[in-house]
Design a protein around this ligand. Structure first.
Ligand code: YXS
Length: 263
């Protein structure tokens, strides 16, 4: 039975600033296929409407900004994070948007939502926000471009700790390791973010777009051999066809701790 993908991302344009709001109340703003497609569509619409800066926020009421990929929509019969999957399409659209995308964070951020947040250009958070990347909790193989996003953002040392422990990084440490650009009080978050976005719109849109594209090209400037690529895909295939992955997803749905066997 095909699950109806839940939630939505709504957008509005205010002069040269585009705002995207993620809303999926019943699932702690989990990134459903619908929400991810909405975000991608809105970014493309903003680009066609000459938007210079984008703000991505969530209806989180200060608790969970986003619980990450909608686990109910993670496939068990194929690579859950392949190139054309909605999450990967959305991340590339953020990277390719010709202007800064600012993540305005006022809650906890999990899994694929953490990847989405750090793929944004600037992150502004409140003192209660935190960031966790959690594939090891589900027995899921993350993908090479996703791992690279974390290496580029926090460095390989902290990226390893985040992936291996799946523990949340709190706001203060997130500022220290480079996830957050600023921590501001809850009641100042919107005005602070808005003021930064507004200040950017006063500068040359063309220059900003070319500088952002250089950042994207330089941060992805890694070469790996065809053999290395095939080895990565082969290793990941072992994981997403493993009993551990099935156990991770099943345990989440049954609201119990998983019992991984390593096969
Ligand atoms: O039981 P009901 O129907 O009320 O639904 C519950 C949860 O099942 C649901 N929910 C989710 N549904 C789909 N996908 C999710 N990621 C997800 N997270 C939560 O929301 C309802 C309320 O959840 P509950 O009772 O746990 O809320 P809470 O306030 O006690 O705790 C909030 C969280 C976020 C700490 C908790 O829900 C949680 O730990 N969620 C899973 C976080 C996570 O592991 N996300 C990674 C998803 S997979 C992903 O993003 C990547 C592919 S990867 O794995 O590589 O990182």
């Amino acid at each position: 039975m095909k699950l109806l993908s839940k939630g939505q991302a709504v957008g509005r344009i205010d002069d040269k600033i585009g705002i995207i709001t993620i809303a999926n109340k019943t699932s702690r703003n989990a990134l459903s296929i619908k929400i991810l497609s909405d975000i991608t569509r809105l970014l493309n619409e903003f680009q066609n409407n000459n938007v210079t800066v984008v703000i991505i926020k969530a209806e989180s009421a200060g608790k969970v900004w986003s619980a990450g990929h909608d686990i109910n929509e993670l496939p068990l019969d194929k690579d859950p994070l392949s190139y054309f999957d909605p999450l990967e399409e959305t991340l590339r659209t953020i990277q390719c948007f010709p202007g800064p995308v600012i993540a305005m964070i006022d809650g906890t951020v999990w899994g694929g939502a953490c990847d989405l947040a750090i793929t944004c250009d600037i992150l502004i958070g409140t003192p209660n926000c935190s960031f966790a990347i959690t594939p090891v909790k589900l027995g899921l193989p993350y993908n090479a471009t996703g791992i690279l996003h974390f290496i580029n953002r926090v460095g390989i040392n902290v990226a390893k700790e985040m992936f291996f422990t799946a523990n949340p990084i709190d706001a203060n440490r997130a500022l220290n390791v480079g996830i957050l650009n600023h921590i501001v009080p809850d009641d100042k978050l919107l005005s602070f973010t808005w003021e930064m976005a507004n200040s950017i719109t006063k500068h040359s849109k063309l220059s900003i777009a070319v500088i952002k594209e250089q950042f994207r090209i330089l941060s992805n400037a890694y070469t790996i051999s065809p053999e290395a690529f095939e080895m990565i895909q082969g290793m990941r295939r072992k994981v997403y066809f493993s009993k551990d992955y099935i156990e991770g997803i099943t345990a989440f749905k049954e609201k119990r701790q998983p019992n991984f066997t390593g096969v």
